[in-house]
Design a protein around this ligand. Structure first.
Ligand SMILES: N[C@@H](CCC(=O)N[C@@H](CS)C(=O)NCC(=O)O)C(=O)O
Length: 210
């Protein structure tokens, strides 16, 4: 299988980490966004969004990183990462949706203002945007913190693809200055999920910020 990738992005490295975890062979192809590799007709025939990641398995192409997690996990049902029980499956879907609709948007301003802008020369962080994000953060983070106070993982106290999706921001939360001082369970959870060998192999070292 091939993964067309933007290696420093959590949406890419969570898929790479899952492949390592499951022992699946994956050829990772860096799309070299700086030179527009992702905007070629060839690539856009695989993924019309011109975004990464995209999985290619023979003549089967799949985009949207969470769908890719699901596809890979189903190759190894014995892993339990996509549970067999319909209620557990629905709970996994619940957390995948919550991650995309609530957790992701709540941390995105920190990533954009404090990492992406510096990295891509887009000017200084807009502190007013950061202040808005700080104010909005507890409404979302309190939900996750309360759940993780009672549970080691998101669903059934076992690792699932929902954890691969939600914890994928973990390696950058500190660098982005996400205000986690009052969220020890979120911090411990991200370290628990992403502290394994599979993640260490998948997460590229970010060069130090100037
Ligand atoms: N919902 C999509 C998001 C994909 C996405 O936004 N990918 C970003 C990296 S996180 C990308 O390819 N950015 C390149 C660009 O915007 O040109 C997924 O989960 O796969």
């Amino acid at each position: 299988m091939k993964l067309y990738a933007l290696p420093p992005s959590p949406n890419t490295f969570k898929v790479v980490a899952l492949a390592h975890h499951l022992g699946l062979e994956l050829e990772v192809i860096d799309m070299d966004v700086a030179s527009g590799g992702h905007k070629t007709a060839d690539y856009m025939a695989k993924n019309p969004n011109a975004l990464m990641p995209t999985l290619e398995d023979g003549d089967f192409c799949l985009w949207e990183s969470n769908a890719i997690l699901l596809y890979l996990a189903q190759k190894k049902p014995e892993s339990g990462l996509w549970p067999a029980d319909p209620k557990d499956q629905a709970k996994v879907q619940q957390w995948l949706d919550w991650g995309g609709n609530h957790w992701g948007p709540s941390i995105r301003p920190f990533f954009f203002e404090r990492i992406a802008k510096a990295r891509f020369g887009l000017g200084p962080a807009d502190e007013a945007e950061v202040a808005k994000a700080v104010e909005a953060f507890p409404k979302v983070a309190d939900v996750l913190e309360a759940h993780l106070k009672q549970h080691q993982f998101l669903v059934g106290d076992k690792l699932t693809i929902a954890d691969f999706a939600l914890a994928s921001s973990g390696p950058y939360l500190g660098m982005a200055g996400v205000p986690l001082e009052n969220y020890p369970n979120i911090t411990a959870y991200c370290a628990r999920v992403t502290g394994t060998e599979a993640w260490k192999k998948a997460v590229p070292q970010m060069p130090a910020m100037k």
